[in-house]
Design a protein around this ligand. Structure first.
Ligand code: 5GP
Ligand code: MG
Length: 186
């Protein structure tokens, strides 16, 4: 039941992920601290990370440990391709948004930007809560694939238009624990 035989190619090696996650953490922490420093007097400056489950869990776990700042972590559960299909079929919210987002500096984190549906939906919902700021971060982006306009401030890697697994991303619930980003053998 070893994993290695299931992969055709590795797109991003474990060490490159670690290096990039470190860079992102440093940059994001710096930007959030700048926002917090500009908080109007009388308002409590909160930083809230919203991680899109389940795909972002490995990325977020590593990223937050590169961010030495005070923050809350919240989860939102969304399913974008029910079953085993590899095509995005619309977004289903499987949990409520976290509360107390008003006046908070929010960082929304997902594993991958593909059609943009997931982040577009979440950004709309979060903005209705009137956060002080909202930034978005993804580990991976498939260029030219976003069918919806989505503003993403932080991107780990641009990858070709292939279905990838590993480092949190799954196929039918499997391969999330693979430490690199890989393409499955077909
Ligand atoms: P979007 O809503 O942008 O089309 O797709 C984003 C979601 O679709 C991601 O959060 C992820 O769950 C899933 N997804 C899109 N592309 C891939 C892929 O190449 N591999 C895996 N495992 N999931 C993907
Ligand atoms: Mg997802």
């Amino acid at each position: 039941m070893a994993l290695a035989n299931d992969f055709a190619t590795t797109l991003v090696e474990k060490d490159r992920i670690a290096q990039r996650v470190h860079e992102l953490g440093v940059q994001i922490a710096k930007d959030l601290q700048r926002s917090v420093a500009a908080t109007p007097a009388g308002q409590e400056p909160h930083i809230v990370i919203i991680a899109v489950m389940t795909g972002a869990m490995v990325f977020v776990a590593d990223l937050i440990r590169e961010m030495p700042i005070k923050l809350r972590i919240e989860l939102v559960a969304v399913s974008s391709y029910p079953g085993t299909s590899v095509e995005s079929k619309g977004v289903k919210m499987k949990s409520a948004l976290p509360d107390k987002l008003a006046n908070s500096h929010v960082l929304l984190i997902d594993d991958i930007l593909d059609s943009g549906q997931t982040l577009h939906t979440l950004i709309d919902l979060i903005n209705k809560e009137k956060p002080a700021s909202l930034r978005t971060c993804v580990l991976l982006r498939k260029p030219g694939k976003a069918k919806l306009p989505v503003k993403v401030e932080y991107v780990g890697f641009d990858i070709p238009d292939e279905f990838v697994v590993g480092y949190g991303l799954d196929y039918d619930g499997l391969y999330r624990n693979h430490p690199a980003i890989a393409v499955l053998r077909t």
